[in-house]
Design a binder for this molecule. Structure first.
Ligand code: AMP
Length: 117
């Protein structure tokens, strides 16, 4: 049997996480090593390894993740233009991906630099 990823274990409640949102398709929880005052990960319950492995069949799921991410940021008060937030999806080794289960980072609460390191 294929070993579950860390995020599948969080979905299955085998590993604890500070869950901030859940529905049939996705789960959102605080990042364990926050890079900003607000750092939330939103992940699909379907085990898609990374964006590069997604297909046209995942169109609705990908849209869902972005729309829920926007709502979470909005509910926390980061939607105003003078606040703001950043959405990040790391893909593969050079992209900085460390967990092979698609995840969308929501970062907010401080000015974020560009370009990223
Ligand atoms: P990435 O580097 O894009 O693959 O992001 C993986 C993220 O998962 C990192 O920001 C980690 O801090 C975060 N992370 C790793 N383990 C946990 C955990 N047990 N609970 C919450 N976040 C985690």
């Amino acid at each position: 049997m294929v070993e579950k990823t860390l995020f599948e274990k969080i979905i299955d409640r085998e590993i604890p996480a500070e869950i901030v949102y859940e529905d049939d398709l996705c789960l959102a929880f605080n990042d364990i090593s926050p890079q900003a005052p607000c750092h939330i990960l939103i992940i699909p319950k379907k085990p898609v390894s990374r964006l590069a492995e997604s297909t046209d069949k995942d169109k609705e799921l990908l849209g869902h993740l972005l729309l829920r991410a926007k709502e979470i940021a909005d509910n926390l008060g980061f939607s105003d233009e003078d606040q703001g937030f950043r959405i990040v999806i790391n893909n593969g080794k050079n992209g900085g991906e460390t967990v092979p289960h698609l995840h969308v980072h929501i970062l907010a609460g401080r000015p974020l630099l560009w370009p990223p390191g």
